[in-house]
Design a protein around this ligand. Sequence first.
Ligand SMILES: *[C@@H]1O[C@H](CO)[C@@H](O)[C@H](O)[C@H]1NC(C)=O
Ligand SMILES: *[C@@H]1O[C@H](CO)[C@@H](O)[C@H](O)[C@H]1NC(C)=O
Ligand SMILES: *[C@@H]1O[C@H](CO)[C@@H](O)[C@H](O)[C@H]1NC(C)=O
Ligand SMILES: *[C@@H]1O[C@H](CO)[C@@H](O)[C@H](O)[C@H]1NC(C)=O
Ligand SMILES: *[C@@H]1O[C@H](CO)[C@@H](O)[C@H](O)[C@H]1NC(C)=O
Ligand SMILES: *[C@@H]1O[C@H](CO)[C@@H](O)[C@H](O)[C@H]1NC(C)=O
Ligand SMILES: *[C@@H]1O[C@H](CO)[C@@H](O)[C@H](O)[C@H]1NC(C)=O
Ligand SMILES: *[C@@H]1O[C@H](CO)[C@@H](O)[C@H](O)[C@H]1NC(C)=O
Ligand SMILES: *[C@@H]1O[C@H](CO)[C@@H](O)[C@H](O)[C@H]1NC(C)=O
Ligand SMILES: *[C@@H]1O[C@H](CO)[C@@H](O)[C@H](O)[C@H]1NC(C)=O
Ligand SMILES: *[C@@H]1O[C@H](CO)[C@@H](O)[C@H](O)[C@H]1NC(C)=O
Ligand SMILES: *[C@@H]1O[C@H](CO)[C@@H](O)[C@H](O)[C@H]1NC(C)=O
Length: 829
Amino acid sequence: MLLLFLLLLSLSAPPLAFSLNQDGLFLWQAKLQLSDPINALSNWNERDATPCSWNGVVCGNATGQVTELHLPSSQLQGSFPISLCRIPSLSVVSLPDNSIGSSLTADIANCTNLQRLNLSLNLFVGPIPETLSQIPALRYLDLSSNNFSGDIPARFGEFQKLERLMLFNNLLNGTIPSSLGNISTLKFLQLAYNPFTPSPIPSEFGNLTNLEELWLPHSNLIGSIPSNLTRLAKLQNLDLSCNKLSGSIPISIIELKSIVQIELFENSLSGELPVGMSNMTSLRRFDASTNNLTGSIPDELCSLPLESLNLFENGFDGSLPASVARSSNLYELKLFNNKLSGPLPSDLGKNSPLRSIDVSYNQFYGEIPANLCGGGALEELILLYNSFSGKIPDSLGKCQSLNRVRLRNNKLSGMVPDALWGLPHLDLLDLLDNSLSGQISSAISGANNLSVLLISNNHFSGSIPDEIGSLEKLVKFVAHHNSLTGGIPASIVKLSQLDYLDLSDNQLSGKIPGGIDALKKLNNLTLANNKLDGEIPREIGSLPALNYLDLSGNDLSGEIPLELGNLKLNLLNLSNNQLSGKIPPSFANANYIKSFMGNPGLCGDLSGLCPTHSESKNSRNLWIFPSMFILAGIVLVVGVVWFYFKYRNFKKMKKGFALSKWKSFHKLGFSEFEIVKLLNEDNVGVDQGAESMSVIAGSYGYIAPEYGYTLRVNEKSDIYSFGVVILELVTGRPPIDAEYGEKDLVKWVASILDEKGIEHVIDPTLDAMYMEEIRKVLDVGLVCTSSLPINRPSMRKLVKMLQEASPGFKAKSIKKDGVLSPYYQGSIV
Ligand SMILES: *[C@@H]1O[C@H](CO)[C@@H](O)[C@H](O)[C@H]1NC(C)=O
Ligand SMILES: *[C@@H]1O[C@H](CO)[C@@H](O)[C@H](O)[C@H]1NC(C)=O
Ligand SMILES: *[C@@H]1O[C@H](CO)[C@@H](O)[C@H](O)[C@H]1NC(C)=O
Ligand SMILES: *[C@@H]1O[C@H](CO)[C@@H](O)[C@H](O)[C@H]1NC(C)=O
Ligand SMILES: *[C@@H]1O[C@H](CO)[C@@H](O)[C@H](O)[C@H]1NC(C)=O
Ligand SMILES: *[C@@H]1O[C@H](CO)[C@@H](O)[C@H](O)[C@H]1NC(C)=O
Ligand SMILES: *[C@@H]1O[C@H](CO)[C@@H](O)[C@H](O)[C@H]1NC(C)=O
Ligand SMILES: *[C@@H]1O[C@H](CO)[C@@H](O)[C@H](O)[C@H]1NC(C)=O
Ligand SMILES: *[C@@H]1O[C@H](CO)[C@@H](O)[C@H](O)[C@H]1NC(C)=O
Ligand SMILES: *[C@@H]1O[C@H](CO)[C@@H](O)[C@H](O)[C@H]1NC(C)=O
Ligand SMILES: *[C@@H]1O[C@H](CO)[C@@H](O)[C@H](O)[C@H]1NC(C)=O
Ligand SMILES: *[C@@H]1O[C@H](CO)[C@@H](O)[C@H](O)[C@H]1NC(C)=O
């Protein structure tokens, strides 16, 4: 027991004397200075004899002295632990990706034996100490990705052995010192991503004859590329991209014997590519895109075994040298936005592992080379806006790797290879604006990753395959202006990611599929100019993301679902259909004035029935009075209908005939008046008339109060509905509106009349000249909307009242048989 106690005591007691060696003590001091939230230094134990087993510490094999300290990504915080510099043999300090910060002091030069210093990805600010250049053996200096500012010290030219100078991604804002050209040992010079004061590349860099990499993108370089850079015989990677370099590419660039990669993109270089590029035999990647280069693409460049050639967004003309197809390395060819013409080399891709080709926006013509996917690696095929013609090669259908295919705006014709539709990795298929024909293949079910399918403005025919419904990732399907027939497949409602569906200008028929509200992401639904019929599904009103709805130019019939009013639409176009009934109140404003045109059965066709606040006084008056006559006409219809409804002889009815007649007369623009006449002549159409009547009478805001307890529509409740329409006309207000609070239009009119007087009820845009008539019409509206049915006028009485209220009323123009005279016909048209 005592033994155990003594043991514990000895374990917990502080050491009587420090046994840690001197190097360890300097490291311990460093530990005390840093905060160590993840205990990266937890095994740094003060009671060890040497620190050589400590995390990150390396000691020399023979001497036991600390030579290296490596603590990357350890979340260490605090200022640079300068005590490290008192460790005499320390040659490597590597602390990248920590939170060490504030300034780096001149004392860093006390680390006299340092060969490598890596402080990248820390929080240093302020100037870079120039004393660093006094560390005689320093070979690697990496201060990248900090917030150092100010100048690169000119004295950096005094480095004796420096091989790597990484200062990229700081806030260095002076000029690049030409003295760096003095560091003849330098192999890697990376100064990119600094907000340097705009200045040219120092020509002294031409003396850096050991340089292997010069990395200067985003460095505010101006002026031209110095020709003496070409003395850099060991240079493999020259990156001057994203600067403001101008002038032409120096011809001496071809002397860069070892060069593998040249990046000159996003500058303002002009002129032609130099002659003799074939001398750069190691060149594999050349990118001079987004400059102002002109002339032709040299054959000498294309005959090199290039991996990547990017010359897009320049002014190159001429043709693409056939030699480019010989490279067995070529995986990337991007030449878009130039003035290139001629055919693509016919064996392009045959010998190459081509992954990406983009030659869009040129004047290439001829056929698409058959072997583009010869290497079996083609992912991106982008040929849009050229004049390619002929068929899409069958071989592309076998190109399993294809991901993005964009062929729009060419002159391609014939059928799309069946298998192309169904490529498993296909994400984008854009065939817009060609002359392609045939069907959308049912093989499309294999295109599990397809998100965008664009086939507009072609000659595609046949029906849309059901298999389209299996494309779970489809976001856009745009097939405008083809010759597609058949119905919209019901499976389309399974496309839960669909955002954009445009099938307009085809010959699609049948109904809009039910359950369309499953398309929760649908934003744009355009089915215009087809032969769709049936009703607009109510579910469209429950599409939460719908913003644009164009169903115009179809044969859609029935009532506009009130639910459409729930949508927040930027565009609604239901024009030129066979819709009937009442326009939902939320659309009764000027924004939607064109949305309902060309639907003769819709009250919107009689523009006045759906008040538009923006119209001028005069134009209001142009319609209001004809509208009254039309109203009177409708009332007559209702009267007649009512009569027949009560006393019809079922056996004489030819309902179907009447229905089609009603429709076709509306289509021809016949007025209600003429329909009344027809109804009288044919003794049919009663049900249809009643149906159109109750379309209005059944809409919320038009319902007579007694409907709430009788649930029956009779003549008097129809009169009530008409009363509401009249009040709408006279007040210019919708039947229901948030402004009325609990009330509807009828109650609102009553209370305003009571509280403020008639002037506050009548639509102020109506011309005061007709105030007399307007008041009379208002009275008619009021009596029609009496809450007690018994107080409402009969049909016959209503017609009479309205006619008396109209200007220029002539009693004798009403014939005994109830048909309006030609006088009224003229007013209506
Ligand atoms: C130290 O020893 C290790 C393994 O024994 C060896 O890999 C390393 O090169 C040696 N270092 C020095 C500086 O001698
Ligand atoms: C760095 O070295 C100088 C001169 O050798 C000395 O005066 C200074 O105290 C040293 N700095 C630190 C932090 O050790
Ligand atoms: C510095 O450390 C970072 C992060 O580990 C590393 O990517 C970089 O190559 C190092 N710098 C040098 C010059 O070795
Ligand atoms: C570094 O600079 C960036 C950009 O100016 C700034 O957002 C960031 O806060 C700075 N970080 C430090 C540690 O100063
Ligand atoms: C460089 O940045 C520092 C710190 O933001 C600033 O004080 C100095 O004026 C800047 N110098 C130049 C030349 O812009
Ligand atoms: C260039 O290097 C020489 C010798 O290494 C040195 O004497 C001279 O000062 C350096 N020049 C500059 C501008 O740093
Ligand atoms: C670079 O070339 C220019 C003119 O072409 C010359 O004036 C300059 O001395 C050269 N610089 C070096 C370092 O060779
Ligand atoms: C460049 O190198 C040449 C010879 O190698 C030398 O004469 C010249 O002084 C050097 N220029 C600079 C600026 O160091
Ligand atoms: C190319 O030159 C034109 C006019 O010469 C100029 O407007 C344009 O900005 C230049 N483009 C680039 C990328 O330098
Ligand atoms: C290209 O290289 C050949 C052979 O190495 C050489 O003879 C020729 O002078 C070089 N051309 C240029 C313009 O440097
Ligand atoms: C599907 O496309 C996504 C990007 O849209 C891509 O990340 C993924 O790898 C593709 N999957 C297949 C099987 O091609
Ligand atoms: C909706 O689709 C139509 C037809 O493709 C198009 O004209 C319109 O710009 C699209 N609207 C929106 C907001 O995307």
